[in-house]
Design a protein around this ligand. Structure first.
Ligand code: VGL
Ligand code: ZN
Length: 210
């Protein structure tokens, strides 16, 4: 049975920026493939929100900040283990731009995250310390947006953390599986899938939406 959208639904498109897509410094394989279908689906939603990873040049999540290797190395931050990445989505650089093929003119909010030098933020709701709010939950509640559909990159990091926090914060949460792509570090996709299953976070295909 097709899923019918209603006016209190929102599509949340995570981090569809040049640096996360092929050609970028932290490219997610196949990330560009989802853009046409994402644009088409977004047109069906009254409310679309975008996130933008937005880091200072010496961000805590950059391997170069610590003289370490990206992808394989981690550091112990005051808030816990932090994966290290290639430099990406640096404030006011072209890599931080939303991808030019993303065509969602009615998107009503672009939420920047990860802008504090000493805290990363995978989730659109809470920074990686698990306590610093981005303000998104307040925005959604004040606008009476109750059911959230997540798409974008990366499935196993920013999409996953955002969906899990959204669910915990009381929003009905659905992940559009065909409209995401994963970074795929060892075990990261399995871990994300297990968390979704444990919390009852639904994964659906975008074609199920009427
Ligand atoms: C992301 C790694 C670092 C993401 C952001 O958007 O999933 N991943 N920063
Ligand atoms: Zn980042």
């Amino acid at each position: 049975m097709p899923l019918t959208l209603n006016p209190t639904d929102a599509l949340v498109v995570i981090d569809m920026q040049r640096d996360f897509l092929p050609g970028g410094s932290l490219a997610v394989a196949g990330g560009d493939e989802i853009i046409p279908a994402l644009n088409a689906l977004a047109a069906k939603f009254d409310h679309v929100l975008l996130t933008q990873d937005w880091h200072p040049a010496n961000h805590i999540s950059f391997a170069s900040t610590h003289g370490r290797q990206p992808f394989t190395d981690t550091i112990e931050a005051p808030y816990g283990t932090q994966h290290l990445w290639p430099g990406h989505c640096i404030q006011n650089t072209p890599g931080a731009d939303l991808h030019p093929d993303l065509d969602i003119p009615h998107a009503e909010l672009i939420l920047r995250k990860g802008f504090r030098e000493q805290i990363d933020s995978y989730s659109a709701f809470l920074e990686n310390d698990g306590t610093t709010p981005t303000g998104l939950a307040g925005y959604l509640r004040e606008r009476n947006l109750q059911r959230l559909f997540f798409a974008g990159v990366a499935y196993d990091f920013c999409v996953g953390f955002s969906a899990i926090d959204g669910h915990r914060l009381g929003f009905e949460t659905i992940v559009l599986e065909d409209l995401t792509r994963a970074v795929s570090l060892p075990g990261s996709v399995d871990h994300t899938n297990a968390c979704f299953a444990e919390q009852g976070i639904q994964r659906i295909a975008s074609r199920e939406i009427a």
